[in-house]
Design a protein around this ligand. Sequence first.
Ligand code: ACM
Length: 546
Amino acid sequence: MLVAANMYAHAQNVNIIPKPNNIKVGNGNFSINENIKLILLEKNTEKEAAFLNDYLKKYYGFALKVESHINKKNVPGNSWKNAIVLNLNAINNTTEGAYCLVVDADKIYISGNSNVGVFYGIQSLIQLLPTASATALSIPFVEIADAPRFAYRGMHLDVGRHFFDVEFVKRYIDFIALHKMNIFHWHLTEDQGWRIEIKKYPKLTQVGAYRNGTIIGNYPGTGNDNAKYGGYYTQKEIKEIVQYAANRHITIIPEIEMPGHSSAAIAAYPQLSCFPAEATARAKRTTWSGDSTGKQVQQAWGVFDDVFCPSEYTFHFLEDVLNEVMELFPSKYIHIGGDECPKANWKRSEFCQKLIKEKGLKDEHGLQSYFIQRIEKYLNAKGRQIIGWDEILEGGLAPNATVMSWRGEGGGIAAAKQKHQVIMTPGDWCYFDHNQTKNKDSITIGGYTSVAKVYSYEPQSSKLSPEEAKYVIGAQGNVWTEYMQYTTKVEFMIFPRISALSEVLWSKKDDRNWDDFQGRLKEQFKRYDLWKVHYNPIYIEQSDSK
Ligand code: ACM
């Protein structure tokens, strides 16, 4: 054991991503092996202990014996030997997620102001472990005092364009946790597939979860694969995933798109359209597979005119859907979409034009605002808050809405000036469906967002006063999956950009240093290898695009 420990003692540096606020590295190492105990000083840290043990077991082949010392609190600190000690409420930083991690000759001591702090201390410890399998895990002496900069540190995943199974969704949640991020924005409904079981409307998944084919290659495609494609999550699976995320201190924010991107729901329940009898219009210049009569789930990517009609039928439907969604997801926030809703059908609908007059609305944008405000009212009455894409600013913002800025930062800046909470996801920095190299390395939607560009992102725009900037609660990486058919492709697109974003969101603004980050990232690549992550190793060429 000692020989193995010494072997690692020199090779190993401290390369934590996101960079901790304060870190002192000492001279020496503590070795974790099967004889080290995992001591819990406070109640309810079993889940955090289990995460560490699961990680050790998975990557190093052993777990530690857990001992509860809950009633032995007055044992002096220096009496712990050969232990990893987890404690609560013992640090003087009130930021949610703050923690201290001390490694000395006797022990590893992790203390958080709450369970989430302990969890993040464990994440830092994990990044001090060697990146190769070993029986003796040598950890350098350190003293870390750390806390996150932003409260909202998110990753999004579109499971509408392509569906990913429960196992991968859990793996994705682990990636979020390992980066000390805390939000999983789950985009569950799309034109190309409805992915959440709703008991009251079984056709949403019986019909809406499947399409009869998919275009081949970049839009408009070289043809259609003519293969039925789809899938959905049962409510049982969703509950399991929500719990899995909660155990990792991750909140899942579900997104139910409205009024646009709703072709799959309309295929299941045509009455949701202003024109239920009209057949679905396919995307221009694309090839269709199978039945093209009536309402169909879309087979190509894009923005479609057939959107939810703002009728009483639709509102009752959405309220019913949202009731089941709220039962499944305890999140304070429900994302209601709101982006890319063409107004063509509302313009030619007699019903919509009459409604605009009746409600004294200015135009179709006013009608969208009416739509979103009505849904907001419904959700607020149940104690929930809405998040919408920045189009919800058009026609007037719903009173309590949080704005997710994606068409650049303009929407977010405007919303912050109106004293609304903002989550920044501007395409140039936060769209992980863009290429990460100048020379396209696979079929993508286009764009170019290098890891250096992500790393350079500042969510609190200089166009905001310090007071206004406080409304920006964080940022998020968006992962639209039109061109991500396989889980390996999703991994290739998020790694290493997720590591860069995690540092933007967690670390101190003044600590941002690309050269220093690159050094740590190179070490992190070895950890990606340990996790068997399919990452994009080419990133240095982009340092000029910061
Ligand atoms: C979006 O990318 N349509 C929000």
